[in-house]
Design a protein around this ligand. Sequence first.
Ligand SMILES: Nc1ncnc2c1ncn2[C@@H]1O[C@H](COP(=O)(O)OP(=O)(O)OP(=O)(O)O)[C@@H](O)[C@H]1O
Ligand SMILES: [Mg+2]
Length: 467
Amino acid sequence: MSNLKRFIAYYKPERRLLVVDLVAASIIAVLDLFFPIITRMFMKDYIPDQNVQAVLVWTGVLVALYVLRLGCQYFVDYYGHVVGVNMEYQMRTDLFTHLQTLDFRFFDDTKVGHLMSRIVNDLRDISELAHHGPEDLFIASLMLIGSFAYLLTISVPLTLITFAFIPVIGWYAYTRRTAMNRAFTEERKRIADVNADVENSLSGIRVAQSFVNEDYEKRRFDSANTAFKRSRRKAFKAMAIYSSGLGFLTDVLNVAVLCVGSLFMFRGHIDLADLTAYLLFIGYFLQPIRRLISFTQQYQQGMTGFSRFAELMDVSPGVADKEGARVLPPVRGDIVIDNVNFQYTKHAEVLQQVSLHIPAGCTVAFVGPSGGGKTTLCHLIPRFYDATGGKITIDGHDVRDVTLASLRQQIGFVQQDVFLFTGTIRENILYGYPKASEEEMIAAAEKAQIHAFVLSLPDGYDTYVGE
Ligand SMILES: Nc1ncnc2c1ncn2[C@@H]1O[C@H](COP(=O)(O)OP(=O)(O)OP(=O)(O)O)[C@@H](O)[C@H]1O
Ligand SMILES: [Mg+2]
């Protein structure tokens, strides 16, 4: 429930557009109801009376209404989606901003690539729900209620018979469509397997060829490919069942109304015009039913996506500015590590009661076996992780008492695993200090002894590099 509230909150900046969208959607629904009603008027009065004037007037009215419908449909198709797109944009911005605040520990435990691709898909589902949800619900209810009310005025028993079919059609459509969706989800999983297999085999093709294992690779690929083929056939089978069955049920409804309606006509309960109106209305029923079905599914998918989104938004950073954190004044660099403990997981303590004083201006090297905790100790100073015991001070300021930004801005850090952002060499060098001048940038490169190398590249500092 709270997720729903949170979801609705994202509508707030879009509420004007949403209201106009819903108005346009309801105009469409009402206009769709008009056609059978006017047809009935024609058949009942204007045609028997040979009332040319009324026929021409109403034709004109209908054309005008359809032009209005054109405008509304355009609005709903375009601006309705814009509502969803804007909300999706906002959520993605919020999520990205939030992810920036999360600490190393979070990224240690989370497969970011995996997560992000899911989030992108999830957000797309949410956006679909955001736009189509209210519209579908609105149009479909309006059309069903409107036609029900109108048909009741013609004949109560025939209307009840007609509407008795709706739960049956609805149930069929819902269950079959759910089955179809499941089959298509399965298909998506299988294609992911095929992709993984292709990638794996092709990247290892040199190994495969050196071991003359092409046949083995082919066989292995064939099993994934066959599974994919099967899942695809299943998905299309489910689709065929869904649409042919739905078509059949509508046909049955048509025949039933035609038959019962004719009997009613014989008995003088209704006339030909009424029967025509019924038959026309049936053509319109299917649309709101489909809309309602697609709404229920979009709701499920969209809300599942949204709850994953909300879950991620609720992760609070383990390392953050504490309340009332001060800005760290320009440092001299006197570092005291006082009785520090640290553990990544509950089981193993990586650092135990480490104490150390590094006076300002000193150059210190940590030497030790691999996995000894050198990198870990360095990560505690800019608070990539917080020590689980003891404290670290710089010039007497506990690192946990100052703001993260002011602390990290004053610490230069070369990671053990070097990472280059996608962009030019210049952009990468300037990353830590974008305001630096060209001379300062070159001076930094010279210090790192890469200046000559960079100049030897065809594009120099504008050479494009990536991950
Ligand atoms: N993100 C992490 N999550 C859990 N355990 C970790 C993590 N990073 C390091 N460790 C563990 O903590 C211990 C210390 O690792 P650390 O990287 O600090 O060692 P190191 O001295 O820098 O080693 P190397 O010389 O190989 O760089 C190791 O046992 C390592 O497996
Ligand atoms: Mg290390």
